[in-house]
Design a protein around this ligand. Structure first.
Ligand SMILES: [Cu+2]
Length: 353
């Protein structure tokens, strides 16, 4: 048997193994107006299925997603599957007027695509006007042979709310702005942890446009993945995520049982541009800490010292820590020249699609 047949055989075995485990998952997203109380006021925001944040989708690498989106809102909408490599399904990608026409109010559309070769944290969000301020949720892709042996997982999402795209009213973690904003402390997100356990935090920057710092008081974070790709692990005290980026980190319950703030705040690159200088918080709480240790009724949890808004040195050091897990074999001998042509087509969207 020649070398070609050997490769063909290996391909076939891998293909059969993947297809034996792959599933088609079906979901229904209803885009609708929902009343939500934040910052002392009730707002009518657009959500998926009345949830804020929207539903978390959990899939295995290789699964196909079939999501029917029904638009019961007053606005055009599309859903973008952020970070998903759309292999031959570019029309399912989502940006309105780019890869597809918007779903009109009263209309619906079914997205169908397969997530392949991506494990970790992805997410989805609206991709029309500024609807992604409130229409978003996590998309988690696991290994086909799930070897997840972390004790617990928590999702963190930072988004900004409010109508104006330039300066927001607040940032949030899992849709709650946290103790430092008015009328918010009762609903602050609490992330439980046990002494000695290792938790996986999936951090998604779902803010409209802003890069954000993220830090947990007194705890180191070990980065193990970003944008659904594993990375060579490295330890840091602070993360910086650009809008749309995701970072998977491990955090260990290695501090005396107590309560610690997790906080996110702007990294502001542009000079003299207005920005939201507030900080959103959640609370990392040791499960079995006594009320005295947790200071349930006492002073606030320990606050991390966040980098200055313009701390580019910290951002550069963090960005330069990313390495792939293995040495990438890049072909250096070029034996074939390829010629590509790219076409552009303009189509008007029909008025009542
Ligand atoms: Cu996106």
């Amino acid at each position: 048997m020649g070398i070609f047949n050997k490769f063909s055989f290996i391909f076939l075995v891998i293909f059969l193994a993947l297809s034996a485990n792959a599933e088609v998952q079906r979901h229904r997203f209803v885009i609708q107006a929902t009343k939500v109380k934040r910052l002392c006021k009730t707002h009518n925001i657009i959500t998926v299925n009345g949830m804020f944040p929207g539903p978390t989708l959990e899939i295995k690498n290789g699964d196909t997603l079939e999501v029917q989106v029904v638009n019961k809102a007053r606005y055009n909408v599309t859903i973008h599957w952020h970070g998903v490599r759309q292999m031959r399904t570019g029309w399912a990608d989502g940006p309105d007027f780019v890869t597809r026409c918007p779903i009109r109010p009263g209309g619906s559309c079914t997205y169908r695509f397969t997530v392949q070769g991506q494990e970790g944290t992805l997410w989805w969000h609206a991709h029309s006007s500024w609807l992604r301020a409130t229409v978003y949720g996590a998309l988690e892709s696991f290994s086909v042979t799930n070897t997840n042996d972390y004790d617990d997982q928590s999702e963190m999402e930072a988004t900004r709310t409010g109508a104006a795209p330039n300066v927001s009213d607040a940032y949030t973690i899992n849709a709650q702005s946290g103790d430092l904003y008015k009328c918010s402390s009762k609903e602050t997100t609490v992330v439980p942890i046990d002494s000695g356990e290792t938790n996986l935090l999936r951090v998604i920057n779902a803010a409209l446009n802003q890069p954000l710092f993220f830090k947990v008081a007194n705890h180191k974070l070990t980065v193990v993945g970003a944008d659904a790709s594993y990375t060579k692990p490295f330890t840091t005290s602070v993360l910086m995520l650009g809008p749309g980026q995701t970072t998977d980190v491990l955090i260990q319950g290695d501090q005396p049982p107590s309560r610690h703030y997790m906080a996110a705040r702007d990294y502001q690159r542009a000079q003299n541009a207005p920005f939201d200088n507030t900080a959103t918080t959640a609370i990392l709480e040791y499960k079995f800490a006594s009320c005295a240790a947790k200071k349930c009724n006492g002073p606030t949890p320990i606050m991390p010292s966040l980098p200055a808004y313009n701390d580019t040195n910290t951002v550069t050091a963090f960005s330069q820590s990313f390495r792939s897990r293995e040495k990438a074999e890049v072909p250096t001998d070029i034996d074939e020249s390829l010629f590509f042509t790219i076409g552009l087509e303009l189509n008007n969207c029909p008025p009542n699609l």
